[in-house]
Design a protein around this ligand. Sequence first.
Ligand code: FES
Ligand code: FES
Length: 155
Amino acid sequence: MKFVLNGQPTDIAAHPAARLIDVLREDLGLTGTKEGCGEGECGACTVLVNGEPVCSCIIPVAQVAGTEVTTIEGLGGDHPLQHHFMNEVGAQCGICTPGMIMAALSLGPAPTLDDVKVALAGNLCRCTGYSAIYRAIMKWKGMPLPEAAGSLVVE
Ligand code: FES
Ligand code: FES
């Protein structure tokens, strides 16, 4: 199975029906991608395929043949959004965090808070209450936060 992984041409002898997340974590040793539900409902396993966020727990690796796959490792650990997540305490247990970050990368310039919520609608977090996550992303984009919008805005 040939595809480009984090910018590197990759050729892996995996069963075509193997889940992408298993190939990434077990065959290729990229354990940054997390598994939450394993059934396409939590977004913890989100990676980018040709720049689009997908749940790697529900697609067979055959589906990414010839594509460009990006995982959290592909950001190199020094991406500005990763720093904002750290600075805003947008991660607690951290299971959702790689998926949140990968999903946020699909946002265009100058998103509104609603845009951010929609982009991350498929990503669940059981720890943070989302405010810090939204704040990290808005700061990364250089966007102001609305002054008051219930519990989802934090000063
Ligand atoms: S682990 Fe893939 S969506 Fe939950
Ligand atoms: S930080 Fe624990 S699930 Fe989000």
